[in-house]
Design a protein around this ligand. Structure first.
Ligand code: SF4
Ligand code: F3S
Ligand code: FES
Length: 248
C-alpha cells in the first residue's frame, strides 16, 4: 500500500544551502533512492543526486539518512515509520558540489598516493603462487565498492579538516594492509602506513566498520593487524639494530 512520506532534503551549492521539506508518494518495496527520483520527477527537477547501479554495487549513492551514512539504493523505506520525517543530507566530510552530491576527489587523491602492487623483480606475472589462505584474506577487502562512507564517518577527518593531508582514511589504510599481507608484495608498507598515511591517527573507534555496506571488518581484519605489524617491527631488536646501523 502506498502512502505519503515526509522528506527533508538538503538543497544548495558549495557551502550554502538549507533543508527543504517535501511530501512525496511512496510505493511498496521502494528504497530511499526511488523516493528521491520521484521527487526529481514531480517536484524538484534540478535536485542533484549521484547514483548508477541501484543495486548496492557502484558505491555512488552514499548519503546521510537521518544522520547515518547509508546507500540510498539499499535503504528500504519499510525500515522507517510512515509518520517519520526522513532527513537526507550529503556526506558531511567532503565538500558539497550541489544538493546530495559531494566532491569525493579527496579519496582518489589518497588512492593515488599508495604505490600499487609491487612484486619481486625476478618473479613474472603467471609465476605467482599463493596459498589459498592468502587469497581468501584479501578477498574480503576486495569486496569494497568505494562508497567512501567509512572515510566519511571516521572522526579523524570528519571533525578535523586539518588532518586530511596526513590521513588516508580507513578505506586506504585497508588497501595498504591488503598489500602488506600479500605474499608477493615487496614494497615497504609499514613505515609508509605510519609515517605517510596516518595509521597512528586511528584510535580504533570502529565507526568505519559499522557503516560498511559490504560488512568488511575494516578495523579488526585490516587496521588492527596492520598496527600490530608496525609495532612488532618497531620493537623487534633486529629491526631496531638495523635502523641504528643503516639509517645514520
Ligand atoms: Fe565503502 Fe566499505 Fe569500501 Fe569503506 S570499505 S569504501 S565503507 S565498501
Ligand atoms: Fe577511524 Fe575506523 Fe580507525 S573510524 S579511528 S579508521 S577504526
Ligand atoms: Fe550504486 Fe547505490 S546506486 S550503490
Amino acid at each position: 500500500m502506498g502512502y505519503k512520506a515526509k522528506f527533508r532534503v538538503w538543497r544548495g551549492e558549495g557551502g550554502d544551502g538549507k533543508l527543504e521539506d517535501f511530501t512525496v508518494e511512496v510505493n511498496e518495496g521502494e528504497v530511499v533512492l526511488d523516493v528521491i527520483h520521484r521527487l526529481q520527477a514531480t517536484q524538484a527537477p534540478d535536485l542533484a543526486v549521484r547514483w548508477n547501479c541501484k543495486a548496492g554495487k557502484c558505491g555512488s549513492c552514499s548519503m546521510e539518512i537521518n544522520g547515518k551514512p547509508r546507500l540510498g539504493c539499499m535503504t528500504r523505506m519499510s525500515t522507517f515509520e510512515e509518520s517519520e520525517t526522513i532527513t537526507v543530507t550529503p556526506m558531511r566530510t567532503f565538500p558539497v558540489i550541489k544538493d546530495l552530491v559531494c566532491d569525493v576527489s579527496f579519496n582518489y587523491q589518497k588512492a593515488r598516493e599508495i604505490p600499487s602492487f609491487t612484486p619481486p623483480a625476478d618473479v613474472r606475472p603467471g609465476e605467482y603462487r599463493m596459498q589459498q589462505i592468502d587469497v581468501e584474506r584479501s578477498q574480503e577487502f576486495r569486496k569494497c565498492i568505494e562508497c567512501f562512507m567509512c572515510n566519511n564517518v571516521c572522526h579523524v577527518i570528519r571533525d578535523h579538516e586539518e588532518n586530511k593531508t596526513n590521513f588516508a582514511g580507513p578505506r586506504f589504510l585497508m588497501r595498504i594492509a591488503e598489500l602488506d599481507m600479500h605474499p608477493y608484495d615487496v614494497a615497504d608498507r609499514k613505515d609508509a602506513a605510519q609515517e605517510e598515511h596516518g595509521l597512528g591517527y586511528c584510535n580504533i573507534t570502529k565507526c568505519c566498520t559499522e557503516v560498511c555496506p559490504e560488512h568488511i571488518k575494516i578495523t579488526d581484519n585490516a587496521l588492527i593487524p596492520m598496527k600490530e605489524r608496525v609495532v612488532d617491527r618497531k620493537y623487534d631488536p633486529l629491526v631496531w639494530l638495523g635502523n641504528k646501523i643503516f639509517r645514520r
